[in-house]
Design a protein around this ligand. Structure first.
Ligand code: ZN
Length: 326
């Protein structure tokens, strides 16, 4: 669930969510492992000078962890350039990664953010951030360390997410596939709301992949060949904008790669490809019972009829190179 300002207020008033685990050390122990600057900021509620770190403008993929306990706090996907001189995020990596406390210091009423695992002071959160959450986590760079990664994310829609999820889970280089909703105007939509067709969301999957093993271009290509990208707002018997064929790009490079893939795959179809290209904004995970539907329910009628034939066609096409051994 994406957090909003109201959630932040509730946490600061009524208590914070339980962290996955706790780390506690004495002041002396913290002092011995942190730089003096990191110690001053995280253990003594300090603030670094604005524009004191290159981390503000850094937008490379990766995660940002607490410099004290190394628990991941933010993902670069949620980072944005606020112009304030401090690294800024729209959302934490998990709802329970951060704890919120009322801070009435310096004659202001603010919400302080701390690492929920080790209580390190991080910065503050404000309600003047960009869409969709409207939050701006203003965090001291010295309170974080960047964890580099070759994992990337791509968000695709091609009709019912049960079918598309089952296909991508078969691929080498794919670390994780989640079913959800993307491309609409409503925060934290439910399945029922999305199927009404009124939220503007498409049923979508979010694929986490290792870019050293499979490329964005390959994934988009496979996507275009494993659903019907030529039917507008429709996939087989499923009709409505929530079933539209869509590729969400995160930068110009991905947009260009998507257009090349469409051009290449067009030859395989008689009809015109109508796949939508849209700038990625947010992905909302579907309810728990939707995740891994095919693997959990291989004998259910829906999967037999709709998913099996698609997978079969797909497995024949992408044999050794792309498929996991199973
Ligand atoms: Zn921490």
């Amino acid at each position: 669930m994406m957090l909003k300002w109201l959630d932040v207020l509730k946490f600061s008033n009524n208590g914070n969510p339980e962290p996955d685990c706790r780390v506690s050390k004495t002041d002396e122990q913290w002092k011995s492992i942190l730089t003096p600057e990191a110690y001053r900021i995280t253990r003594q509620k300090g603030t670094e000078k604005a524009h004191s770190s290159d981390m503000c403008t850094l937008l490379d993929p990766g995660r940002y962890a607490c410099v004290n306990c190394e628990t991941p706090l933010f993902d670069s996907e949620e980072k944005f350039e606020s112009g304030t001189g401090w690294p800024s995020f729209n959302q934490p990596i998990k709802n329970n990664a951060i704890a919120y406390h009322k801070d009435k210091g310096f004659g202001m009423y603010r919400i302080e953010t701390v690492c929920n695992t080790c209580d390190a002071h991080l910065g503050h959160v404000f309600q003047d951030g960009p869409r969709p959450s409207g939050l701006r986590y203003c965090i001291n760079a010295a309170a974080m360390k960047k964890l580099d990664t070759n994992l990337r994310k791509v968000t695709l829609g091609g009709g019912c997410f049960w079918c598309t999820e089952a296909i991508f889970q078969q691929l080498k280089g794919v670390a994780d596939v989640k079913s959800g909703y993307s491309g609409g105007k409503v925060m934290n939509p439910t399945y029922r709301e999305v199927t009404s067709g009124l939220t503007g969301h498409a049923e979508a999957i979010e694929i986490t992949y290792n870019r050293d093993e499979i490329s964005f271009y390959d994934l988009v290509n496979i996507h275009l060949m494993t659903h019907d990208p030529t039917t507008l707002n429709k996939q087989g018997a499923d009709k409505g904008t929530q079933y539209r064929s869509i590729i969400f790009y995160r930068n110009d490079e991905e947009r260009d790669a998507s257009m090349s893939a469409i051009n290449e795959v067009q030859e395989a179809y008689d009809e015109m490809i109508v796949t939508d290209l849209q700038m990625f904004e947010a992905f909302y995970e579907a309810e728990e019972y939707h995740q891994g539907y095919f693997n959990q329910n291989p004998t259910r009628a829906y999967c037999k009829v709709v998913i099996d034939p698609k997978l079969k066609k797909f497995k024949e096409k992408y044999t050794d190179r792309l498929l996991k051994d199973n």
